[in-house]
Structures are given as structure tokens and as C-alpha cells.
Design a protein. Structure first.
Length: 210
């Protein structure tokens, strides 16, 4: 049986066989039987490289953070994760600068600490008990990289297309892109504003046009 360590766009941790392209961390979420017993242990939800400086890890080791996995960065952002400041330093700096520029109303200083940003993200991504925070918007107002929910299914907006998400890949839907349709937005609001300012998440190869 696969371990419960794959994250979906709602931020829920599932047990599936599909592999991811990014590693994630929310603290130690598992017990000695490698079972998930907590949704998070810290407000710093991060995404890391799968490989870095030749380091190796045993999945769900005792006393070590729980390794989580994502299809791509767009999925991780939808779940409420942001780039790691160590192994993804350049991407972290790019995202932090873009977040500050797009969310001036939340900044307590010209350059707020990442802990202040994590606090905002935590309030935007999850409710007490672990339920996902969402909000309603028209599809036509949302930028590339945003994840939305339609009929209990997650979709990525990318290249003026609506792509159905799965743990393994994206699939383009054949029906027209309904710009006026109101949907539930999965990606945290402050990150959606970052996308509106031009920042783009990295997406799985299946999202790219042939």
C-alpha cells in the first residue's frame, strides 16, 4: 500500500501511487507506524527540491518531518505551500518579493519576515479542523496558475485553458472556457494576487501545449 503523503489542490494528504515533482514539509505529521496523525505542525508550509546536495532521506523516519509530494508547484501553491528558503533559495526570494508587491495591505513593514507571510497564508488556506478555505470568483477574472473547483473537481487555469487536475497529470477539457462562470477558488487569495501581477508557478509537463 502506498504511504499517505501525496497532497492534492485542497491541501489534503492522500495515499496514491503517483509520484510528484516537488517535496513538501509541514512538520512531523506521522506516528511510528508511518500513519498521518496531524494535518500540520507549523504555519511554515514549504516546498523543496526532490534532490539537493546529494542528501538522502528515509520516508517518514521517526522524529523527522513528514515528506509530502506534489504534482507540481501550481498544486503546492493551491494547497497553501510556498518555496523553501534553503534548497529553493532563488525561487523563495522571487516569490517573497512578488508576494510583498501584490499584497501591500498585509505588510507590517517594507520587507516583512517570511513568518508574517506564513501567518497570512495559514489563515487563507485552512480552517480549524483542516477544512480548505475557498472563495468565489468568475473564471475570467483569474490568472494562469490559479486552481479552482468545479463540481468537486480541481482544475488549473493555464494558457487560457481549463485543465483537469489529477495526481499524475493534467487533462484539457473539451468544453468552452466559460469566462462568466462563478467557481470556488482553491489557491489562497494572496497568491492569486501574486499571479495577477505576473508571477507564474511551475507546472507539470502535461499542462504544456504540444
Amino acid at each position: 500500500m502506498p504511504l499517505q503523503n501525496r497532497v492534492d489542490p485542497w491541501g489534503q494528504i492522500q495515499a496514491v501511487n503517483a509520484r510528484g515533482t516537488l517535496l513538501g514539509n509541514r512538520g512531523i505529521l506521522h506516528n511510528g507506524k508511518k500513519e498521518i496523525v496531524a494535518h500540520w505542525r507549523t504555519k511554515a508550509w514549504i516546498t523543496c527540491r526532490l534532490a539537493w546536495k546529494g542528501k538522502t532521506r528515509t520516508i517518514m523516519s521517526p522524529g523527522s518531518y513528514t515528506e509530502l509530494f506534489f504534482l507540481d508547484e501550481a498544486t503546492a501553491f493551491s494547497a497553501g505551500h510556498r518555496p523553501c528558503a534553503e534548497c529553493r533559495r532563488e525561487r523563495f526570494q522571487e516569490f517573497k518579493a512578488a508576494w510583498i508587491a501584490a499584497n501591500a495591505e498585509f505588510s507590517v513593514s517594507p520587507v516583512p519576515p517570511i513568518s508574517a507571510i506564513d501567518k497570512v497564508l495559514h489563515a487563507e488556506r485552512v480552517r480549524r479542523g483542516g477544512a480548505k478555505v475557498t472563495y468565489e470568483a468568475e473564471l475570467g477574472t483569474l490568472s494562469d496558475g490559479t486552481m479552482v473547483e468545479i463540481a468537486d473537481t480541481a482544475y488549473l487555469i493555464w494558457g487560457k485553458r481549463l485543465l483537469q487536475w489529477s495526481f499524475a497529470s493534467y487533462t484539457e477539457i473539451e468544453e468552452p472556457y466559460p469566462l462568466q462562470r462563478r467557481v470556488q477558488v482553491l489557491t489562497p487569495a494572496s497568491i492569486v494576487r501574486v499571479f495577477s501581477n505576473g508571477f507564474r508557478p511551475e507546472v507539470h509537463e502535461s499542462a504544456q501545449r504540444e
